[in-house]
Design a protein around this ligand. Structure first.
Ligand SMILES: [Zn+2]
Length: 73
């Protein structure tokens, strides 16, 4: 099974989303990532490292807020 291999890799530089072992490209607030983007993080708090795919999801989720702000303004 490949899962055991993935856990080994997750020590650093990989995506913080549980079950994902892609290399991280961005570091974001773990709180925002879990609450706004609904990502299930393998970390409890602090910063979340996201891979390209999950960062896109995060950006999409947080962008909605900003667009609403802009519309209100
Ligand atoms: Zn990921």
């Amino acid at each position: 099974m490949a899962e055991r291999h993935a856990v080994r890799h997750a020590s650093s530089g990989n995506c913080s989303v549980s079950g994902c072992d892609e290399p991280s490209v961005k570091t974001v607030s773990g709180k925002e990532a879990s609450e706004k983007a609904k990502l299930s993080l393998a970390i409890g708090n602090g910063r979340a490292h996201l891979c390209k795919t999950h960062y896109r999801e995060y950006k999409k989720a947080t962008k909605t807020d900003r667009e609403l702000d802009r519309l209100a303004w």
